[in-house]
Design a protein around this ligand. Structure first.
Ligand SMILES: [Zn+2]
Length: 464
C-alpha cells in the first residue's frame, strides 16, 4: 500500500513537472504559429525567405550551431534544412522530417476573418496554412527545440527539411534532392503534410491514416482532324464523330486491377469501419485482389475506384469553329490518376490501344515521373501504435495511397521511402486546406505536437 502511495506521489510530481514544461512549450509554439501565419507565403509574394530567416533565428537561439541550420534561397522562394545530430557511430541513417512553408494564396476579401492573422474562435485556430502545412512547420520546430532543451541525443541524425513551393512547382524539394543530397539524405522520411487522424461528427477518433503512396497525375489530349468543308455538304468522315467514337472507347477502358501492401491493408482495416456489401467487397479484395466481383464492386464506387487501378476520364472538349462548317479539328482532354509505378508511356499506349484509330492523335500535355509506394515499416507502425495507445486508445492505423500528391512524390521518386503521418485529428467539417476559412482544432494542434515529440523519441531510442 505504502509503495503504491509513494509511486502515485512520484507519478503525480512527474506529471506536474511534465505538464508545466509542456504548457511552456505550448505557449511558445502558439506564438510561433501566430508569427508564421502572418507571412503570406503564397507564390509571387516572396515571403518564404523572410519566414525561413525567422525560423533560422529560432533554431540558433535554441542552441543549434550555425552549420546545422541552413537557409537555401532558391529562385523567389527558399528551403530550410536543420540537422539535429544523433549518436555519431550508431550506424543508423538519418530520418528526414518534412513540411512546406508555402501556402495556396487566400484572398482576404473572400474570407470571413483575415487569412493572414491567426484568430482563435470557439475551439479553432483560423488562418491560411493552419492545416496546410504551417502547423507541421511549427510542430517539428517546437519538437526540435524541446528535445534540444532536454539535451536529448537521438540514436541517429534527424533532419528537418522545410520546402518553399510544394503547392506550385516543387522546385525546392527537387533541387535539394538533386543538388544537395548529402544535406538531406535519409533512410526514410516522415511527412507532416500527409496522413493524420479522422474524427466523427461528435469528435470521437475513428482512425489514424498513414500515407505511404501517392498516385501520379497525367493529362493527355485526343485530337481528330479533318479537311472540313461546308456543312451543307456533309462527308462521311467527321472529326467530331471520330472523337466521340474514340471517347466512347475511353469510357469503356478499364485499366488492370492493381494493389500493393498499402491498399490491401487499407481495405482490410477500412472494412471494419463499414458494413454490408461494401465491407464484404473490401475484405474479399484484401484477401484476393484477383477476386473480380470484389474489384468490380469497389470500382463501381467513386470513392474507391481509384484505389483499385489507374483511371482516366474525359474532362474537357474543344471542337469545331463555326456552326455552318464541318469541324476541322476536335480535341478532348483526358485526365489520368496513375498507379505510382506506371509510366506515362504505358498509359499513353493503353489509351492508343483502346481508341484503336491511328487518325486520333494521343499526346501527353502534363505528366510527372513515377514514384514507387513506400514499403510498410514495422518499427514505424509499432511506434505510432504506441503513441496512439496513450492519446487515442483503440484507434486503428490505416495506411493509404493518396489520389493527390505532395513533396512526398519527389522524395519517393528519389529513393527515400516516405510516410505521411501528420498527426492532426480532423472532423468532417475541418477539411479546408486550399479553401476558405481554413482552420485547425486547438486541441488537435497541441495533440499533434505531443504526437511528434513522442514518436521521434520512440523511433530514435528514447523511451517516451
Ligand atoms: Zn500541403
Amino acid at each position: 500500500m505504502k509503495n503504491i502511495v509513494l509511486l502515485t506521489l512520484l507519478l503525480v510530481s512527474f506529471n506536474t513537472a511534465y505538464a508545466t514544461q509542456n504548457t511552456d512549450h505550448r505557449a511558445r509554439s502558439l506564438e510561433l504559429f501566430r508569427e508564421l501565419i502572418g507571412f503570406r507565403t503564397a507564390a509571387g509574394h516572396e515571403q518564404v525567405l523572410p519566414m525561413a530567416r525567422l525560423l533560422e533565428q529560432r533554431f540558433l537561439a535554441g542552441g543549434f550551431a550555425a552549420e546545422q541550420v541552413q537557409v537555401l534561397p532558391m529562385k523567389d522562394t527558399a528551403a530550410l534544412v536543420v540537422r539535429y545530430p544523433g549518436i555519431a557511430d550508431s550506424g543508423k541513417r538519418p530520418i528526414m522530417l518534412m513540411a512546406h512553408m508555402d501556402v495556396v494564396d487566400a484572398l482576404p476579401k473572400d474570407w470571413v476573418r483575415d487569412p493572414f492573422t491567426l484568430i482563435e474562435e470557439e475551439g479553432y485556430y483560423y488562418g491560411r496554412g493552419t492545416i496546410d502545412n504551417k502547423a507541421g512547420v511549427v510542430n517539428l520546430t517546437t519538437v526540435f527545440l524541446r528535445l534540444k532543451e532536454e539535451d536529448y541525443t537521438p540514436d541517429r541524425d534527424l533532419i528537418i527539411v522545410f520546402s518553399g513551393d510544394e503547392e506550385t512547382t516543387g522546385y525546392t524539394m527537387n533541387t535539394l534532392l538533386s543538388d544537395h543530397r548529402d544535406l538531406v539524405d535519409a533512410e526514410y522520411a516522415l511527412n507532416s503534410d500527409g496522413g493524420g487522424g479522422v474524427r466523427d461528427v461528435d469528435g470521437k477518433p475513428i482512425s489514424f491514416n498513414m500515407q505511404t503512396a501517392e498516385k501520379t497525375y497525367m493529362t493527355f489530349t485526343l485530337t481528330a482532324t479533318n479537311p472540313g468543308g461546308h456543312s451543307s455538304r456533309p462527308r462521311a468522315d467527321n472529326a467530331i464523330y471520330e472523337l466521340a467514337a474514340a471517347l466512347g472507347k475511353i469510357a469503356d477502358l478499364r485499366f488492370p486491377v492493381r494493389s500493393n501492401d498499402t491498399t490491401r491493408l487499407y481495405f482490410r482495416r477500412s472494412a471494419e469501419l463499414h458494413s454490408g456489401e461494401l465491407a464484404a467487397a473490401m475484405r474479399a479484395f484484401a484477401d484476393n485482389p484477383d477476386d473480380q466481383a470484389a474489384s468490380d464492386y469497389l470500382a463501381s464506387q467513386p470513392s474507391f475506384n481509384g484505389l483499385t487501378r489507374t483511371t482516366c476520364v474525359a474532362t474537357l472538349l474543344d471542337a469545331g469553329h463555326a456552326e455552318n462548317a464541318l469541324p476541322q479539328s476536335a480535341t478532348a482532354t483526358v485526365n489520368c490518376r496513375v498507379w505510382p509505378d506506371e509510366s506515362s508511356a504505358s498509359v499513353q499506349k493503353a489509351l492508343e490501344n483502346a481508341v484503336d484509330n491511328s487518325d486520333i492523335r494521343v499526346q501527353l500535355v502534363d505528366g510527372y515521373s513515377s514514384s514507387p509506394p513506400s514499403p510498410l515499416r514495422d518499427d514505424l507502425l509499432a511506434a505510432i501504435e504506441q503513441v496512439l495507445a496513450q492519446q487515442h486508445p483503440a484507434t486503428p492505423i490505416i495506411p493509404y495511397m493518396a489520389p493527390y500528391f505532395t513533396d512526398g512524390k519527389y522524395t519517393r521518386g528519389a529513393g527515400i521511402p516516405t510516410y505521411g503521418v501528420g498527426g492532426v485529428f480532423l472532423g468532417p467539417d475541418d477539411h479546408r486546406a486550399h479553401g476558405l476559412d481554413e482552420r485547425i482544432p486547438v486541441m488537435s494542434f497541441y495533440e499533434s505536437q505531443d504526437f511528434w515529440y513522442q514518436l521521434l523519441k520512440l523511433l530514435t531510442g528514447g523511451d517516451d
